[in-house]
Design a protein around this ligand. Structure first.
Ligand SMILES: *Cc1c(COP(=O)(O)O)cnc(C)c1O
Length: 397
């Protein structure tokens, strides 16, 4: 009996787009494995090892037999520590409002599944993180994009948000600091946007995975703190991957109203269950050893900031290229429109001709840009930027 491809794969599987950022990374890694000297700006992942004290705490938990199921939303000590950390910043939440999920990506997906019904519209500011539209579609929702450019500092306004509203609008996704642009909303801007969304009856998913990666004296803000209504209707997602270089640990968090948090935990209980048990003890060490955590973060931030400034200066020195001064995350999103190639063509040729990996802006819903991650060695940044400059020189002819 042979099955046709149409009935083997579901509509979900047929319609989901594979992650373009992971695809660029795979191609760069394959070239590297073949012995090529590739400079990769592709990966959205810190190049540091996880801090020693975190690894030690997880290793100790493993040695002590912490290898069985835990409660689905996380070990009580970790949920309590996370709640206390948010409360120290002005939240007023209980540990029951915290759900620990296998990665910040899963935290976002579960938040979407918990709030979006088929046909509901989800407003996604573009440029956006590649996974948001796919997650919304997997929930049966309809992504609605609101676009910003480098001239807007890659930020949308309440007016633009209101123009995108329909009776089916359900959720707004915010991501400040942003992947892919590194843009950060100021408190005034974020308050206005939050108020506009709540006035329209929307829920907000605030993906704050880069909340601690900020430069130039900037800070990021929690929309959930802006009003009592916001505390009810904002889901705050974050995680350990980017802040503590723990991408492979798969540790994400959501904070939400008791009702939404319970729904997220229920969805998780029927899909992934708890995060790997000893990994949760590693995360707990971040709260139990705050001095060590602060030191580890400060050290990484110092390196990121130096690299950011180096890459920013190099990009803005290229004739025809301009780059917005991003103050968060670890990405730059230069404008390449002047070169007259689509971003996919630009990146394809850049990798082929100069062995430099970057992700096309089109992957993030914005043609005419590239995403470069500076979470990479200084040497790669210097060499890669020089090759990029040479490539652009050739394009200018
Ligand atoms: C990296 C990232 C996440 C989550 O990453 P995990 O590895 O799943 O914890 C979430 N949102 C954005 C925008 C990211 O860049």
């Amino acid at each position: 009996m042979s099955e046709t491809t149409t009935n083997v794969l579901s509509t979900w599987a047929r319609n989901v787009a594979p992650s373009p950022t992971l695809a660029v990374d795979a191609k760069a890694k394959a070239l590297k494995a073949a012995g090529k000297d590739v400079c990769s700006f592709g990966t959205g992942e810190p190049d540091f090892d996880t801090p020693e004290f975190v690894k030690e705490a997880a290793a100790k938990a493993l040695a002590e037999g912490q290898t069985k199921y835990t409660p689905t939303p996380g070990i009580p000590a970790l949920r309590k520590a996370i709640a206390e950390s948010y409360n120290a910043q002005g939240f007023a939440i209980s540990a029951e409002q915290v759900v620990v999920s296998p990665g910040g990506k899963m935290s976002c997906y579960l938040a979407i599944l918990a709030t979006v019904s088929p046909g509901d519209e989800v407003i996604i500011p573009a440029p956006y993180w590649v996974s948001y539209p796919e997650m919304v579609k997997l929930a049966g929702g309809v992504p609605k994009f609101v676009t910003s450019t480098d001239a807007d500092g890659f930020k949308i306004t309440p007016e633009k948000l209101r123009a995108a509203l329909t009776p089916r609008s359900k959720l707004l996704i915010l991501n400040s600091p942003s992947n892919p642009t590194g843009a950060i909303y100021s408190e005034v801007e974020l308050r206005a946007l939050t108020a506009a969304a709540l006035d329209a009856g929307l829920l907000i998913l605030s993906d704050e995975i880069y909340e601690h990666l900020v430069y130039d004296g900037r800070c990021s803000f929690h929309p959930a703190l802006f009003s009592t209504e916001a505390a009810e209707r904002v889901i705050t997602a974050s995680g350990f991957a980017k802040t503590y270089s723990m991408t492979g640990w798969r540790l994400g968090t959501t904070v939400a109203s008791p009702k939404i948090a319970a729904a997220i935990a229920d969805l998780q209980s029927q899909t992934t269950s708890n995060v790997t048990t000893f990994a949760q003890y590693g995360a707990l060490a971040v709260y139990q050893q705050p001095e060590a955590a602060r030191a580890a973060l400060a050290e990484m931030l110092g390196h990121f900031d130096r690299r950011r400034q180096k890459l920013l200066a190099a990009l803005n020195a290229i004739q025809g290229m301009s780059c917005h001064r991003s103050q968060g995350a670890f990405y730059l999103f230069p404008n390449i429109a002047a070169f007259g190639l689509s971003s996919a063509e630009f990146c394809g040729r850049l990798l082929e001709e100069e062995l430099v990996a970057a992700v096309p802006g089109s992957a993030f819903g914005s043609e005419g840009y590239l995403r470069l991650s500076y979470a990479t060695a200084d040497e790669t940044i210097e060499k890669g930027a020089a090759r990029l400059a040479e490539f652009c020189r050739r394009l200018r002819g």
